[in-house]
Design a protein around this ligand. Structure first.
Ligand SMILES: [Zn+2]
Length: 456
């Protein structure tokens, strides 16, 4: 089956061109001017922007956390992703302490297989450290898992500095990459203790217990360990200017550091936690939302190349689930939905507002994550031989974001009422039209994509 997308503007990280794009089967067969192919179905996409399918390298679907399970599983989460132009997610396989990595990987395959609308891969969470886990690491690469995750906060996930350093040494040997959640756990606990003693238990206390200094301290500590282990690392969901300064300090001494941020750290502020009627609970996540100045520093960091990728940290809960913390903010499940709106938000507040170019947006949402996590050039670009994962974006008109019509199982939208420029007209997943004008046409077509070692 051949499909010819005619007359669109094809946007890649390294440039844009008005051209025709021929899809043959699951692949992009040809890109060129005035293509005509006998028997091909022709789709007029003139006036539209064609982006490589977005990759969201930070989602949590079907995760048991905070005494509950995320609202979105791989079915609803995959639908939300695809509807938002994301044709591949990389979720976090997450064994509990005491379980093997293989158990965690098998479990995540079971959660995703046959019910995910977009393609997917897994990072492996290292939340335990012993001889068995060390022996399992090479087997992860053999199974298409080339990236790992570690936490410097959350008792259920932390392994402490000693084990973290040993893990960095081992991953250096194996050639893996690791993303780290950087926040200082001990000081956060002390600050939470102070708030509890004072009886200040509303969501407004949440950001005060997780100030930017504690992100910066953990970033600095991690990067000094990474320097000794001589390994590049990824700072996931960086939220603050203070954290970015520590990254720049490490780069100045010659280290390679990758930074990921999220739309909510670019567009929302910690004043949301003081909204009346427990509204602040909707925005409880870690690290927390920061200040206007942090938003600006991160936007500049995106434009100047200091930040390499934008993911969502999609970790969704319903309002009823958030309600568990009505009397105590520490019991509010942490996380927000985001996988469905990242592309539209970045197009509007990044490209239309002239903070980044369309090409840079493609680099941040598609090409850089594809390279960093080892699926480039199969994904991350519109090129002959690549998977035909294509977002057809209509830049005209205004779309209002609302939970009323989104696909996520969360019953609120953090950006409710926001007006974005244009809309996603179509999403093609490996050559199949899977979303048309917001309607999901195929919602179980996603496949596990084994990944090589990264090369960004
Ligand atoms: Zn996360």
């Amino acid at each position: 089956m051949n499909v010819l997308l005619k007359g669109g503007t094809i946007v890649n990280a390294n440039g844009s061109q008005v051209a025709d794009l021929l899809i043959s089967g699951e692949k992009i067969a040809k890109i060129g001017e005035n293509l005509s192919v006998e028997g091909a179905e022709v789709v007029d996409v003139s006036g539209k922007l064609l982006f490589p399918g977005f990759i969201d390298a930070h989602t949590h679907f079907d995760l048991d956390v905070c005494n509950t399970t995320t609202a979105d599983d791989f079915y609803t989460g995959g639908r939300a992703a695809l509807r938002g132009g994301t044709t591949m997610v990389i979720d976090f396989a997450c064994p509990n302490k005491g379980e093997s990595l293989q158990y965690g990987l098998d479990l995540w395959h079971k959660k995703a297989e046959g019910k995910t609308a977009c393609d997917y891969g897994f990072h492996m969470t290292i939340d335990d450290w012993n001889e068995d886990i060390i022996a399992e690491l090479p087997k992860m690469f053999e199974q298409g898992v080339s990236s790992f995750k570690m936490y410097m906060t959350y008792p259920a996930m932390m392994i402490g500095d000693e084990a973290m350093f040993k893990a960095l040494r081992k991953l250096k040997e194996l050639g893996g990459i690791v993303g780290v959640h950087c926040e200082n756990a001990g000081v956060i606990d002390a600050l939470i203790g102070e708030k509890k003693a004072a009886g200040e238990l509303s969501p407004a206390s949440h950001p005060q217990c997780r100030p930017a200094e504690l992100e910066a301290e953990a970033v600095s500590r991690l990067l000094k360990m990474a320097q000794l282990a001589d390994i590049p690392v990824v700072i996931v969901h960086l939220s603050s200017g203070a954290g970015l300064r520590e990254v720049e300090t490490a780069r100045a001494r010659g280290q390679k550091v990758y930074v990921e941020t999220c739309p909510h750290y670019l567009l929302l502020q910690d004043s949301m936690y003081s909204l009346p009627e427990f509204e602040g609970a909707k925005y409880v996540c870690a690290p927390p939302l920061r200040k206007d100045e942090d938003n600006d520093i991160l936007w500049d960091g995106l434009a100047e190349g200091k930040i390499q990728t934008i993911a969502t940290d999609h970790c969704s809960f319903t309002l009823a689930q958030k309600d568990a913390g009505r009397e105590d903010f520490t019991k509010i499940p942490g996380g927000m939905p985001g996988v469905e709106t990242r592309g539209m938000l970045l197009y509007t507040y990044g490209v239309v507002n002239e903070r980044i170019s369309a090409e840079r947006m493609v680099e941040l949402l598609s090409e850089a994550p594809a390279r960093l996590y080892g699926v480039y050039p199969r994904k991350g670009c519109l090129a002959e031989g690549s998977d035909a994962d294509i977002v057809v974006y209509d830049p005209d008109g205004i779309t209002k974001i609302s939970a009323v019509n989104h696909a996520s199982a969360a019953d609120y939208a953090p950006y409710e009422g926001y007006e974005v420029s244009g809309h996603i007209a179509q999403v093609w997943l490996r050559g199949t039209l899977s979303v048309n004008e917001g309607e999901i046409l195929q919602d179980r077509g996603g496949q596990f994509i084994p990944r090589e070692k990264g090369s960004l």
